[in-house]
Write a protein that binds this ligand. Sequence first.
Ligand SMILES: Cc1cc2nc3c(=O)[nH]c(=O)nc-3n(C[C@H](O)[C@H](O)[C@H](O)COP(=O)(O)O)c2cc1C
Length: 333
Amino acid sequence: MKDIFDEVQFSNLNLNSRIIRTGTWETEIEEGGFLTPAIYDRYEKIASSGTGLIVSEIFALDHKDRFFPYSANMNYRGFIKDYQMVTDIVHRYDVAILGQLAFFYYDDGVNQKAEANDLTLKGIRKLQAEVIIAAKKFSFAGFDGIQINMGNNFFLARFMNPYFNQRTDNYGGNTENRVRISSEIIKVIKKSMDMHVSCRINPWDVRKGGITADESIAIASELEKAGVDSIQLTARTISQIYDRGKKHPFLGYVDDLIGAVDIPVVIGGSLREMSKINDVLNNSKVEFVSMSKPFVAQADFLAEWKKNGEGKAICYSCNNCYSKKTSTCFKHE
Ligand SMILES: Cc1cc2nc3c(=O)[nH]c(=O)nc-3n(C[C@H](O)[C@H](O)[C@H](O)COP(=O)(O)O)c2cc1C
């Protein structure tokens, strides 16, 4: 029998549970980027209460990015010092933490909002170098790895999507080519630093001519070939839809995905109750699950679940935290 509080191996990382606190932005960052005490406290509560792995909030590459107003800045002078404190706090509880990088726009020096089709080869190299430097910065700050978000509608998701990418060079065409911009980055990171690399990907795309469930499995295999250590599926924010007592929409698909790769796969979205999560674990190949909003509502709720052997998150998925771009719950905290 699998249980959420099993101690488990997650590629090169030892986890104290199967629960991943997935990427969740913090909005209490001070002007200039500096972290507030509330953020350190929240990380401590999350790490000390039974979480297996933490994915940080989103860091954008550039201050012109659409996500920048509510994503964190890794280009301020206190970044390494501030986040060394975050990673130290988390490591005190033997919990691993990944820094999440996600960017929506890319300025290739010619075009401020270059898209897959018009990114020059020089632009590709510049982008790859910037992501590799970001990984290095995360490693200096004590993160155990990097999660590159190539899901949702982020730049690398669009780049690998045939709906957006009609390039005729080595970076367009078949799946391998559309993933190449990311595979090349991953190969360099894996070769040059001791960092876990996780990729967040979409299970499928709703656009006609976009990525199918079969192709996303092929994408995961390409990423695995490049050296990726784990895959996390995006859950988008339609979580209310699958809250209404329905079966999690990724379950059939995820068993196929897990069967196709040899690296850990994380699913999440609308998971709120310990018994239901254990049901998912014991009735599928799923071994790792993620949660975001329950931690916004109560950062240390897992301690109660662990103590009582059962529990239900107080978050009722109103999604206000997401819509208002806050990291706090208007109802509970
Ligand atoms: C307040 C808030 C902030 C979020 N920030 C991020 C983020 O920085 N990076 C990311 O990949 N996803 C982010 N998400 C999406 C979550 O990681 C997650 O996929 C989504 O909320 C569904 O999971 P849940 O039902 O457990 O909340 C955020 C979600 C919320 C509600």
